[in-house]
Design a protein around this ligand. Structure first.
Ligand code: KIV
Ligand code: ZN
Length: 514
């Protein structure tokens, strides 16, 4: 029987502190509800003394969510604890998370104090919080750089004062995995009352080791992990929830498990990325766009023969529809054949060989080969019904509602539609939807700057869903509305090219059977 590791999600507190990631209360409620469905045990909902908005969000989340424990952060200050206690009034199970610095840097420079006085403040804050709630978590800030003997004294004192969880943050992301693990082991072995509390790991990713450090902490005795979706958080971020959950799920040899419902990981990642306007790097473990994309010929061939040759987990496990076999100049015949079959082309070995030769020439010219290119490869011409952008005009501002007019050309025909939206991009997309007259589900729209500066170009990636299949489009322009429109049309053209090809084949098949 493996040990349960409690998942403490701090996306709404440490994650939300990131500049530009601020959320309103409704958005926080939506995220909290999704975290509940994901199976997190504790939601750190905010730092109530920091602003009325944070206070209200903790109140609202306490009302909206019933399964997870709702936690509120404080400093070791009575007025902070009062605010936290009040904000947790409606929580079915509330936790106060209080604490103070434990390293020399914090004790001497931040507080201009002494180790003894800091322990006194830590104990007083814990006892004060205990007057309001039974569930008190204490954090020893900058524990990563703290002296282990002092840290052990501090932790022993706060457990005696009533702390039921003791958080050992590597606030600056300084530790190495071995070092952080040894710290947890030292506490397990040198704090006399440690069995009366759960040890929690809270690691930052400044050296890219947050996940490794957290794992090392668990192996050495911690049973709570403090994590965020997509690893967002201060500076380089926090330990990522999806990485820890999938480590335990993938390594069945490790005697640990969480209650995370892994199939809900991907949609939570998309939700956070969208709401916090924080793109996920393409190669981010578990949730990055390329996390399950295979582009080298040898890997593609291996995956197509037997998925586990190059995949340690299935895309479905984290809620992704399927792995992606990307076509580039490094792809092999197996990958080409896979995509051609998907488009309805069954080729003999000989025909596949010659198609592969032409494909390599095409892939050398173009970086990314999409369905349209394959159809062109097979048919010798562009697929029918390609949309071309003739004209885009948007009017937006504050307080006027955004309006967009879009003109698209299909063959010799021009189509024009206007629509309103909650912003210029949304209005333009709605106008395009009117022209194509079909329900396309927009899954993701990421706007990234290419290289910064005032002459920068915006690069947009969109993912749209049509009949259970995802299509990706890319657009580049000085104007982000135009870049978004280009990306959307690029994705739509992929759907249309595929559809027209299918329609043509079906018509041909019907004619033959008459
Ligand atoms: O990184 C840190 O030390 C924190 C504490 C407030 C828990 O976020
Ligand atoms: Zn932190």
């Amino acid at each position: 029987m493996s040990d349960k590791v409690f998942v403490f999600d701090t996306t709404l507190r440490d994650g939300e502190q990131v500049p530009g990631c601020q959320l309103n209360t409704n958005e926080k409620i939506q995220i909290a509800k999704n975290l509940e469905l994901l199976g997190v045990d504790i939601i750190e909902a905010g730092f109530p003394i920091s602003s009325p908005g944070d206070f209200n969000s903790v109140v609202a989340i306490s009302k909206a969510v019933s399964e997870p424990v709702i936690c509120a952060l404080t400093r070791a200050v009575e007025k902070d604890i009062d605010a936290a206690a009040e904000s947790l009034m409606y929580a079915k199970r509330g936790r106060i998370h209080t604490g103070i610095g434990a390293s020399e840097f914090h004790i001497r420079h931040k507080f201009n104090s002494t180790p003894e006085k800091i322990i006194e403040r830590a104990v007083a804050a814990t006892k004060y919080a205990k007057k309001f709630v039974e569930d008190v978590e204490f954090y020893a800030e900058d524990a990563g750089r703290a002296d282990n003997v002092f840290l052990a004294r501090m932790i022993e004192a706060v457990i005696k004062a009533g702390a039921t969880t003791v958080n050992i943050p590597d606030t600056t992301g300084y530790c190495l995995p071995e070092m952080y693990g040894q710290k947890i082991k030292f506490l397990k072995e040198n704090v006399s009352n440690i069995d009366q509390a759960i040890i929690s790991c809270h690691c930052h990713n400044d050296l890219g080791m947050a996940t490794a450090n957290t794992l090392s902490g668990v192996i050495n005795g911690a049973r709570q992990i403090e994590v965020t979706i997509n690893g967002i958080g201060e500076r380089a971020g926090n330990t990522s929830l999806e990485e820890m959950a999938m480590i335990f799920q993938t390594h069945k040899d490790l005697p640990f498990h969480t209650d995370i419902k892994s199939k809900k990981i991907y949609m939570n990642s998309l939700l956070i990325s969208k709401m916090m306007r924080m793109p996920v790097q393409a190669n981010k473990a578990i949730v990055g766009r390329n996390a399950f994309a295979h582009s080298s010929g040898i890997h593609q061939d291996g995956v197509l023969k037997h998925r586990e040759s190059y995949e340690i987990m299935a895309p479905n496990d984290v809620g992704l529809p399927d792995n992606a076999i990307i076509l580039t100049a490094r792809s092999g015949k197996a990958a080409l054949n896979f995509h051609l079959k998907r488009l309805g082309y069954e080729l003999s070995t000989e025909r596949l060989l010659s198609a592969y030769k032409s494909f390599l020439e095409m892939a050398d010219r173009k970086k990314d080969i999409c369905d349209d290119d394959l159809i062109e490869l097979m048919e010798g011409k562009q697929p029918e019904r390609q949309f071309e952008i003739s004209h885009v005009q948007v009017v937006c501002g504050d307080p006027i509602q955004a309006v967009a007019t879009v003109e698209l050309k299909i063959g010799q025909n021009e189509f024009r539609e206007s629509a309103t939206g909650n912003g210029p991009v949304n209005a333009a997309i709605r106008a395009i939807d009117r022209i194509i007259g079909e329900q396309i589900e927009l899954g993701e729209l990421l706007i990234q700057s290419m290289d910064g500066g005032s002459k920068d170009k915006g690069k947009v990636h969109v993912a749209v869903k049509h009949k259970e299949q995802m299509y990706h489009g890319f657009g580049l322009d000085n104007d982000i509305v135009m870049a978004s429109v280009r990306a959307y049309i690029n994705a739509i053209n992929k759907i249309k090219g595929l559809k027209s090809r299918r329609e043509k084949r079906m018509k041909a098949a019907a004619a033959m059977s008459v």
